[in-house]
Design a protein around this ligand. Structure first.
Ligand SMILES: *[C@@H]1O[C@H](CO)[C@@H](O)[C@H](O)[C@H]1NC(C)=O
Ligand SMILES: *[C@@H]1O[C@H](CO)[C@@H](O)[C@H](O)[C@H]1NC(C)=O
Ligand SMILES: *[C@@H]1O[C@H](CO)[C@@H](O)[C@H](O)[C@H]1NC(C)=O
Ligand SMILES: CC(=O)N[C@H]1CO[C@H](CO)[C@@H](O)[C@@H]1O
Length: 450
């Protein structure tokens, strides 16, 4: 080869490697090897009870299907009496919500399907699909003494970019999922358990089994999996009332209760570069002065927590090998206009509850909850991109969900999917790039109370 040709070839190779790398295929061994070589520390911050249309409804980044791009989205005031009129999504003018929206399984039923008792056969066969029309109706039924105008605003309105400056900066700098759903169309603790284990084990409400003193959940958690395979983990908490590792009997039996520590220990560990392989952060919940964004806690207090966690990781010696997953447990009864899809049952268990109109509804765990905001934050993800649906290992294009986390961590830390739901879920290891970005912000804006 002529010497000049060699120089030319080298220059070409250098230029080519400077280009943004083509994404690898999801589930490919190349994508999995890349994930393993780049990410050593995973941090999950799981906030509370907000839908994508609610908290990211005003984000102008292209690719997000939200009210500011594709709305307004409207709901009738009364599902059975159209003459009462309708109300539509618009920017919110307040920081919190006084009347916590219904997010029981039956509440999600009426919000999605317009009835507390939808026909399960029609749902499973695809004949009955969610219309997302019952959010305002259910809020009015639940709070008969409150003013209609404020109730509509509570469930249907959304936050502008200026009102959530911390989230806005993160959306503009990292990767946001457009189609990420909670695993269960129901409340907090079943969804938190599903994220950590791939199933609620038949739980459909925040029942006493989840309480620390009972720690009655028997299924295998990510914490157990990691301990058994020589990986380190910690569950940092903001209030002792909310420690997700304490749902599980194993945590107590195996003598791992000391893996739950107050959040200030997280800041110390991040600062010293002593974060474990897996960090799970619980916010405080759920009233005035708490920071999960759960009503009646302030959105701006939640933003302060997100900012503090981000800035601690950004300044940490471990930043270069860290992936922060910022997600929400469930939609909290806030409107989202995208119909939640069907999904495989994690196991054979069902959950039955009595509904306000009389009668029982049996939930079969065969469909997802509403869309929740989820972001990947790392020097290894592209800047300001929106990820649409994912690809599962069967090759189908489907929505992401909380079980996508376990699907991906299984690739990172060599474990099989815990349940058929996790097996089905699309993973996201292919969203990790080849080169680390050097333009990631060191600080986020100050949250504003309004
Ligand atoms: C809706 O209208 C029906 C029929 O007029 C009425 O019985 C019901 O109370 C209304 N529901 C709400 C939530 O206002
Ligand atoms: C992280 O990577 C960037 C870019 O290569 C480098 O400038 C920085 O010093 C690295 N930081 C650490 C803590 O390794
Ligand atoms: C609903 O189911 C519960 C048990 O799950 C049972 O106690 C109750 O009697 C049932 N109610 C109706 C109306 O069938
Ligand atoms: C909106 C909402 O409150 N959803 C759940 C959020 O968390 C609280 C506390 O666990 C639950 O009561 C709700 O079910």
């Amino acid at each position: 080869m002529h010497p000049n040709a060699l120089v030319g070839a080298l220059a070409f190779a250098a230029a080519a490697s400077a280009l943004p790398s083509e994404r690898r295929a999801a589930h490919s061994s190349a994508a999995i090897q890349n994930l393993k070589s780049k990410i050593k520390n995973v941090v999950i911050l799981e906030m509370e009870n907000r839908s994508l249309d609610n908290i990211l409804g005003g984000q102008t980044l292209e690719g997000l299907d939200n009210p500011i791009h594709n709305g307004p989205f409207c709901n009738p005031l009364n599902l059975t009496d159209p003459s009462e009129g309708k109300t539509c999504s618009a920017p919110k003018d307040y920081d919190s919500v006084l009347n916590d929206p219904d997010h029981n399984i039956y509440g999600n039923n009426i919000e999605f399907y317009g009835t507390f008792l939808p026909d399960n056969d029609a749902i499973a066969s695809g004949k009955l699909t969610p219309s997302q029309q019952g959010f305002v109706h259910e809020q009015r039924r639940n709070y008969p003494d409150a003013k209609d105008a404020s109730l509509s605003k509570q469930v249907l309105h959304y936050y502008t970019e200026k009102q959530v400056p911390v989230l806005t900066k993160l959306v503009q700098n990292y990767l946001t999922f457009n189609h990420w759903h909670s695993d269960v169309p129901g409340p907090t603790n079943p969804n938190r358990a599903a994220l950590l284990t791939g199933t609620t084990a038949g739980h459909g409400t925040n029942d006493p089994d989840f309480e620390t003193k009972n720690h009655a959940l028997k299924q295998k958690s990510i914490f157990e999996q990691l301990s058994n395979s020589g990986h380190t983990w910690m569950n940092y908490y903001t209030s002792t009332g909310m420690i997700d590792a304490y749902f599980f009997d194993w945590t107590f039996k195996s003598g791992n209760t000391d893996k739950a520590k107050p959040l200030k220990q997280f800041f110390k560990a991040a600062d010293k570069g002593e974060l474990p392989d897996f960090t799970f952060i619980d916010p405080s919940c759920c009233d005035v002065g708490t920071n999960s964004m759960h009503p009646t806690g302030l959105i701006s207090d939640g933003e302060t927590l997100i900012k503090d966690v981000y800035e601690a990781l950004r300044a940490s010696p471990q930043w270069n090998q860290t992936l922060l997953i910022l997600t929400y447990d469930e939609t909290g009864g806030f409107h989202d206009h995208v119909p939640p899809p069907l999904a495989p049952k994690p196991d054979d268990l069902t959950y039955t509850e009595e509904v306000p109109s009389g009668g029982n509804y049996t939930f079969e765990f065969n469909r997802l909850g509403g869309r929740v905001p989820t972001l990947l934050i790392s020097p290894w993800v592209e800047k300001g991109v929106v990820e649409q649906k994912g690809t599962n290992s069967a090759g189908d294009t489907v929505s992401y969900c909380a079980s996508s986390i376990l699907r991906t961590l299984g690739y990172l830390w060599d474990f099989e999917p815990f349940t058929p739901r996790v097996e089905w879920a699309p993973s996201f290891e292919h969203l990790i790039q080849d080169t680390a970005r050097t333009d990631t912000p060191e600080e986020l804006p100050d949250p504003i109370a309004f």
